[in-house]
Unconditional design. Structure first.
Length: 256
């Protein structure tokens, strides 16, 4: 292990990032930035993986920087209780990755800290999950593990859509890949179709929810989810208090 990596891990431990593995990509700032410094933002960490630089010695703008056998994984770690506010537009996710809380490794008796929250200060969705290859099947796996997503309705309660484009689809996230959530809250999305999540794909993508709360999302169709695929799995989850003005406040015909 290099001195650079030892020093970086020591800094993270002092800052409270005690449950990140040494090869995880640890986000060290809540700011939404993309600049060449020694801080790693969520946007920069996702770009590192999108550009397949996790094993690169150079890394990307404060994220990564592998040496020898110590390459980085595609697991991005956020600090529990922190709020990561997007201010530079939605983020494209094009490769397989996991975005997780630093508390996922804790024993159940200690796992009482709040999830990190990803939200926005602007009228925009948070993520577009799509590798851009419309001819292929869905091959990328994207997971949110003990991370909450909060849409623009929290900061802009009177807007009808957070999508920032004419499609009006997916107030928090649109998906064309294999997407999963575990122990997450997905709230305050606004859209025409799919207040929170939207999936209408020729690639037979998938959405899986495990121990997830979806609440206070609004849309014309599919208050929480608009899903044209048959690949929707919901386990031990609660979908409530979502509003659809036409079809489905919670389920998939085609809206939930």
């Amino acid at each position: 292990m290099t001195l650079k990596k030892i020093a970086a891990m020591a800094t993270l431990l002092c800052a409270g990032y005690t449950h990140a593995a040494i090869n995880d990509i640890v986000v060290t700032t809540t700011l939404d930035e993309d600049k060449d410094d020694n801080q790693c933002s969520l946007r920069e960490a996702i770009t590192l993986i999108n550009q397949k630089l996790a094993s690169s010695a150079a890394g990307y703008h404060g994220c990564g920087g592998a040496t020898g056998d110590n390459t980085f994984t595609t697991r991005i770690v956020l600090k529990s209780g922190e709020v990561y506010t997007l201010t530079q537009g939605s983020i494209d996710i094009k490769e397989s990755m996991t975005i997780a809380s630093d508390q996922t490794a804790l024993l159940p008796t200690n796992a009482d800290k709040p999830n990190p929250v990803i939200t926005t200060s602007q009228v925009q969705r948070l993520f577009v999950v799509d590798d851009g290859d419309s001819a292929s099947t869905a091959t990328k796996a994207v997971s949110f593990d003990e991370v909450d997503l909060r849409g623009c309705g929290a900061s802009h309660p009177n807007v009808s859509s957070c999508t920032q484009d004419s499609s009006g689809n997916g107030g928090i996230l649109t998906n064309n890949e294999n997407l999963s959530f575990r122990k997450s809250r997905i709230t305050d999305g606004r859209a025409v179709n799919g207040g929170a999540l939207y999936m209408a794909t020729p690639k037979e993508g998938r959405i899986s929810l495990d121990q997830v709360l979806m609440q206070d999302n609004q849309a014309e169709q599919g208050g929480a989810i608009w899903n044209a695929s048959t690949n929707l799995t919901i386990l031990n989850s609660l979908i409530r208090k979502n509003t659809s003005r036409q079809v489905g406040s919670g389920s998939t015909e085609p809206g939930v």
